[in-house]
Design a protein around this ligand. Sequence first.
Ligand code: PEP
Ligand code: MG
Length: 580
Amino acid sequence: MQILKGIPVAAGVAIARPFLLEREGFACPLRRSLSEAEVDRDIKLFREAVEKTAEGIRRTKDKLIRRVGKGHGAILDAHLMILKDPLFVDAPIEQARRERVNISWAFYQTMQKFSQLVASVGDAYLRERTNDVEDVGWQVLKYLTGGEKRSLRNLKEPVIVIADDLTPSETSDIPRDKVVGFATMTGSRTSHTAIIAQALEIPALVGAAGLRDVAVGDGIVILDGGEGILILDPDEATLEQYRRQQRVSVQRRKDLRKMTSLKTETSDGRAIGLLANLELPVEAPAALHGGAEGIGLFRTEFLFLNRDTIPNEEEQFEWYRKVVQQMAPRPVVIRTLDVGGDKFLKSAGEAREMNPFLGLRGIRLSLAHRELFRTQLRAILRASDYGKVEIMFPLISSVEEFRQARGAVEEAIVELRSEKAKFDEDVPIGAMIETPAAALMSDLLAREAKFFSVGSNDLIQYSIAVDRGNNSASYLYQPLHPAILRLVRMIIEMAHASKIKVTVCGEIAADPLAGVLLIGLGVDSLSVSPVSLTETKRLVRSTSYAEARVLAGEALTLPTAQTVRELVSGRLGTRVAPGS
Ligand code: PEP
Ligand code: MG
């Protein structure tokens, strides 16, 4: 039995055979244990791949000579020589036979050793040949894995996918009934793979670097997505323990599913809106599945990150339309770009800032890059023709800022009107309340905005002056801090005085203790990630609004986060425990 650790990203237990996903251009082939016959077949394929590569090089050489003359074929002769080198070709065959592993993995090891050897030679000309080695090596691998390539689409039985990494399109194409879990070698908690795994509710872990060095056979493996553990060759006792755990969680999921048809209202009949937070269009089905009445926060920045260019209007329009159409007729609150802080655009050429969280972040960046803002607003407005869209601005810190941003929407409306484009002329425009300044100005902002959405992640960070991503200061990051409760009370009271509604879309909306207090403070809707929808509904349904109001009133008089926590957990007791 072998246990590998990764980063847990989507809870749940999966027990199945592994499926090693290899593809062209993957970063590093996976090591697999094979039978002797399989090794023989693999070696045959390898010899063919080497021959096909050589043929390809010879064809290119002929073409080159025809075009530019004989002398220029020499570089390709060097490539052909590499392919004939026994160190390059015979060594991986020997290793594959000796260790009974797949040839692509053995060949990749050889390729690396060979490049290191060439690079270590004193001669500068020879050192340059490292690139040739890699170039030739990747061509062989391309033929090899092209031949071996197995698709996720033709799976016959449930599997746990093991890969170096998965692209967003691969992950979103996953057949939900056949892929019961996945583990990748790279990736982080916030990578696309992680988000999609959560959205599809497939147990998953990422960043399991140890997978590079082990041989994964064909036997059953266990994936525990909650703990981020992959167990190879489990013993009988471990297998039984996980089977039991799996039965419990399946039953629990079924119980929660029954919830989706029930109303989201407190036990004494106060309706609370249940909305979802979304980062990618592929998450929309999970939001619907979980019973979301709409999208309370569509974080648009995911389309802009990790790329060299800014998406144009058409690309953005398609991205937004996908979500709006899937959710229709339910509303989708699209938040304009929120970069800066800890998310940066490669393409905007922003100056390095000393304090990025206090710099050109959120709406400030959009107002400073008007063309970027205009393009996004046009795309959002055009998507409004496909369902119900609302627009909201991140990091508002003054009334002028809100007016300027709203002015930009009005300009985009005038433009689109003159182009006779189809869109909703009355799209509601709201403000995120996530700075203390916005909270303190909420009475006046409520006269300008059509709705408020409390971004508690940032409101906590900016009010308590604690970096939300800094682990050493995380003890200060207290969602139940009385200062936060007081600010939220003020925001809700001011909004209601102007007859506008308040959603809370930060992480506290999904926290049971904070959730009860938010209900007591009079919040209209809670917007949470798709995985938290049913749990949040359960919490609302088990809460009495009258009791929650009294509880929130008491909490507001307490001096510390700790005493608030004790008060609420003491009063709710087992009601906030999962499964009750
Ligand atoms: C928030 O700040 O609470 C919020 C929802 O926005 P983000 O987490 O994207 O900053
Ligand atoms: Mg925020």
